[in-house]
Design a protein around this ligand. Sequence first.
Ligand SMILES: Nc1ncnc2c1ncn2[C@@H]1O[C@H](COP(=O)(O)OP(=O)(O)OP(=O)(O)O)[C@@H](O)[C@H]1O
Ligand SMILES: [Mg+2]
Length: 254
Amino acid sequence: MKIGVVGKGGVGKTTLSALLARSLAERGRRVLAVDTDSNPNLGLSLGLSPVQTESLPTVPRSIVVGSRGDLTVAELMADYAADTPSGVAVMSALRVAEAAAGCTCGGHATVRSLLGEALDAETDDTIVDMEAGIEHLSRSGGTLAHADVLVLVMEPSLKAVITARRTIALARDLGIVAFCGVGNKVADDQRDLLSGLCADNDVPLDVVVPASRDIIEADRSGTPLEHGQASLVWTAVEALTDCLLNRSGVSVTQ
Ligand SMILES: Nc1ncnc2c1ncn2[C@@H]1O[C@H](COP(=O)(O)OP(=O)(O)OP(=O)(O)O)[C@@H](O)[C@H]1O
Ligand SMILES: [Mg+2]
């Protein structure tokens, strides 16, 4: 699967990208997680140390990936993907390491080019943890144009749900037809509010991830969420994994 994880700023895209990547890897799938944050920290959530995360190489901007391009998928992964303790490979695509070095459009072009290739020889699932908002869908060509399915992450707020609704409209124009809607940071007494907002805005709500103190603590210490913690979160992540496998038409779960 080629999965884009999208949503309004701060809703939990990076947190859920890491948990989803781990869940897929635990099912025996080879997973590549692509961090598109200009200030990347997905590596920490996958078990890398701060020093290892800091020293991840950044993929070159504006390259064409493929056998007729600048680098094959295998070369790109060999040179720029790092293995993590969680069994997921991670790649940093849009890191900004230099002041006044120009915009990150070239990095988006590289990610788009990567997703446009057949990745099956190198990985079963590629998860792109997207930068906040919807600009990535309007950039030239659309960074996620070749994604099979989008994970729409929403907090229980009207603004987060409206962002998801706008995302669906733009993504459909790019030809993306599969979506899994995820409510995140949802307290028990906010479930009905979120369901109502999603129904009113024609946004799917497939999975609800509870608000979790354990996630906040893990984030504070820059470590991955342990399996012994937050069992309701893990149950929801498994449901999200099933949703993605179903929606994207992958029939075999290992
Ligand atoms: N289920 C949850 N319960 C409680 N806190 C959460 C949950 N999911 C994420 N958070 C917290 O919300 C904050 C934002 O999470 P995260 O960085 O994953 O969001 P994001 O959408 O990737 O943000 P950005 O738009 O900046 O990339 C973090 O402090 C994280 O710990
Ligand atoms: Mg993020």
